[in-house]
Design a protein around this ligand. Structure first.
Ligand SMILES: [Zn+2]
Ligand SMILES: [Zn+2]
Length: 307
């Protein structure tokens, strides 16, 4: 569809007559009229077949120089051809300006954006500054090709059942965030002030990579006070090592010796005396605070008595 100004539309078909072959509904009740969104001139189906079957040709309406293609002809959806054209333009604009509310810093910014889009739409519908508006429209479309496509895809996915989409959307969004930021920078450099600048877009932030999971909160299972040998020659375990009744069940002598060593050395590095001193000090501090509170309480009580 062209966004350029169409020549004035003279509609003779309201009387049921084709402006080209002059066939009428009166003579041919099955007469069907088609329009081409290039210029919105109406003509009957057989004229379309006759004129455009061998390739693109000029619109046969006198004064209209548009080149039309057969596949673009369609039946009119709305009675009023002006409404038909406006709906086409709105659809076309909405397809390119498909930014989402969550892309903006605030609702206010989003509304400003919608307002700007409406200005563009209004200009196109009412043929105001059409050439300049079209140029800016196309520059914007070209500069934001990728984002437009991504948002169209998101909109398409939202039509699908929710559950399967939610997770994918979230993952896509993270990956898209960085890409969009780069595209924005690149497109700003390319278009400069010539295109359409949108204010209030959120700065896309790169998500911090998650650190590796540490289930024990930094605690490391390292034997500090002993080194486990490959073979400890302890009385009592020598027989067990060879005893099939133990080994068949998967009993591991190395596990047993390790456990025994941990138990033997577990008290090292714990200094009861130090811990005790600290505990006593903390208890005394608590007591001191308690006394101070009691003093204040006493004063309060005296004041109450005085009153
Ligand atoms: Zn005709
Ligand atoms: Zn035409």
């Amino acid at each position: 569809m062209s966004l350029h100004q169409p020549p004035p539309v003279t509609d003779t078909t309201s009387t049921g007559e084709c402006p080209i072959c002059k066939s009428t509904r009166y003579m041919n009740p099955s007469l069907r009229f088609l329009v081409n969104p290039e210029c919105y001139h109406k003509m009957c189906e057989s004229c379309v077949d006759r004129i455009f079957s061998h390739g693109p040709a000029q619109c046969p309406i006198p004064g209209c120089k548009r080149t039309l293609r057969k596949h673009r002809f369609r039946e009119q959806t709305f009675d009023d051809i002006k409404v038909e054209r406006e709906v086409d333009i709105r659809r076309r604009v909405a397809k390119v300006f498909n930014r989402r509310e969550e892309e903006f810093e605030s609702l206010r910014d989003y509304n400003d954006y919608l307002n700007d889009v409406e200005d563009i739409t209004f200009n196109l519908i009412n043929n105001i500054d059409v050439d300049e508006t079209t140029r800016r429209f196309e520059a914007y479309q070209k500069a934001h090709e990728k984002e437009i496509e991504e948002n169209a895809q998101l909109a398409e996915e939202e039509k699908q059942p929710q559950n399967q989409v939610q997770l994918k959307k979230r993952m896509d969004r993270q990956a898209a965030a960085e890409r969009q930021r780069q595209l924005q920078v690149a497109s700003e450099a390319r278009t400069g002030t010539a295109g359409i600048t949108i204010k209030g877009l959120k700065a896309k932030q790169k998500a911090e990579p998650e650190p590796p999971v540490d289930p024990f909160g930094g605690f490391r299972f390292v034997d500090k006070y002993f080194a486990l040998q490959n073979d400890h020659v302890w009385e009592g375990i020598q027989d067990t090592k060879k005893d099939i009744r133990h080994t068949a069940g998967g009993y591991d002598i190395a596990d047993y010796t390790h456990r025994s060593l941990v138990a033997a050395f577990s008290g090292l590095g714990v200094f009861i005396a130090d811990e005790f001193t600290e505990r006593t000090k903390a208890a005394q501090d608590d007591e001191a605070v308690g006394t101070a509170r009691a003093d204040i309480g006493l004063k309060d009580a005296q004041m109450v008595d005085a009153a």
